[in-house]
Design a binder for this molecule. Structure first.
Ligand code: GSH
Length: 200
């Protein structure tokens, strides 16, 4: 299988953490996907032009990160990072949705500066994205299981916190200090997280 992503994408990081954790790396070739280059094969693989996208040996293109994680879980025998128990599964998926939304807002804050000319930037819109981030971060404690629980939800939370640490859209440690010990413990428990650091 081929995984088209970038090393800096937090959504791509979800898929790389999961592949390492589930021991799937020997079945996976990771190649760079350039979201800006119209000639990059990415747009043929995913009409949305977003990374990550997984290309299966039978030619099927799989996106987005949520679906890729579900497929990886299936390849690893099921019930590994996507709990089999319906209640636990719902909680893990809900946490993933919250953390994915946090990353979506964080990325839009970065894109406002990266892609919009300075005289076209809209501070009110950036503030709206930062408000989403703040609300998600404040609420996150309610949804978080213990840091030794490794599932699609907790992997995504770690990728979101790591991304915000790196890009510094907001100071999540001040917004919700209780997330810091959880994040430290998760990193100790999941060495695959450090192995996928964007600067590593
Ligand atoms: N819902 C998607 C989001 C993926 C996403 O937004 N990826 C970013 C990079 S981190 C991207 O491809 N951006 C380019 C674009 O939006 O055109 C997922 O879970 O995979």
């Amino acid at each position: 299988m081929l995984l088209r992503t970038s090393i800096t994408s937090p959504f791509g990081r979800k898929t790389r953490v999961a592949a390492l954790r589930l021991d799937l790396m020997d079945r996976l070739e990771v190649v760079h996907g350039d979201t800006l280059d119209p000639k990059d094969p990415l747009r043929g693989d995913n009409p949305l032009g977003k990374i990550p996208v997984l290309i299966l040996d039978d030619g099927r293109r799989v996106f987005d990160s949520r679906v890729i994680l579900e497929y990886f879980d299936h390849l690893a025998g099921g019930g590994q990072i996507l709990p089999a128990d319906p209640d636990q599964r719902l909680d893990a998926l809900r946490l993933q949705a919250l953390a994915d939304g946090l990353m979506d807002a964080a990325i839009l804050v970065v894109y406002e500066v990266r892609y919009r000319p300075e005289d076209g930037r809209h501070q009110g819109w950036v503030d709206m994205q930062k408000d989403k981030m703040t609300r998600a971060l404040k609420a996150m404690g309610e949804f978080l299981p213990a840091p030794d629980m490794v599932n699609v939800g907790t992997i995504t939370v770690a990728c979101a916190l790591g991304y915000i640490d790196w890009r510094k859209q907001v100071d999540w440690r001040t917004i919700n200090p209780s997330l810091a010990p959880w994040f430290e413990a998760f990193q100790k428990n999941v060495p695959e997280f450090a192995q996928t650091h964007p600067e590593g």
